[in-house]
Design a binder for this molecule. Sequence first.
Ligand SMILES: O=C(O)c1ccccc1N[C@@H]1O[C@H](COP(=O)(O)O)[C@@H](O)[C@H]1O
Length: 216
Amino acid sequence: MADTPFPCSRTRIKICGLTREADVDAAVAAGADALGFVLWPGSKRAVDEARLAELSARVPAFVTRVGLFVDQEPALIERCARHLDLLQFHGDEAPAFCAGFSRPWIKALRMREGLDLHAAAEAYRGAGALLLDAYRPGVPGGTGETFDWSRIPENLAKAVILAGGLRSENVADAIATVHPFAVDVSGGVEAAPGRKDAERLEAFIAAVRGADAGRG
Ligand SMILES: O=C(O)c1ccccc1N[C@@H]1O[C@H](COP(=O)(O)O)[C@@H](O)[C@H]1O
């Protein structure tokens, strides 16, 4: 097992951007640990509050329901929280804002040049983890792009959820390089935006499990 502050023999897997019942069922059946629902209306994968309630009701116990928000209204976030286990803040939310709700939270950081991850880990010390995503100007996330994984220090004081352009073909390399606590995928398991592909989902989860088995 890697010598990191958050060693884990089983990399947790979050499947994000679910919009359909069949995809929720497929992700649960394939063994996902967490399911993400995008509440930001600018996304091609957006669901509204009513749809969130329907989809989250299908999720069995011990699978974490995560709501993704981008600089949104506190009242909306708190209403959605009723159907969620964890909040994912994917915009420019300040630490105090993220901490102001009735659920635990994680903070997404886009890996723009010059980002000091140690400073961010200290600033967002109330987060359950930091989710690291690719940076593309003007786009808050879900770009399907990777970033230079070697920029992630091994001794970060927060658990890392690695995101950004992951797919079954590159996730084993990503795990070997970063030793993340969890991986997060959206576009890499889709047939089209918001429509997951059961075969790609299964291949992704098998690739993660294969990488875990190879770590010894
Ligand atoms: O999925 C979206 O549309 C989205 C919109 C705004 C912010 C984040 C979004 N998605 C998240 O981005 C990462 C990486 O996604 P991908 O695997 O590269 O497609 C992941 O956390 C998505 O949930």
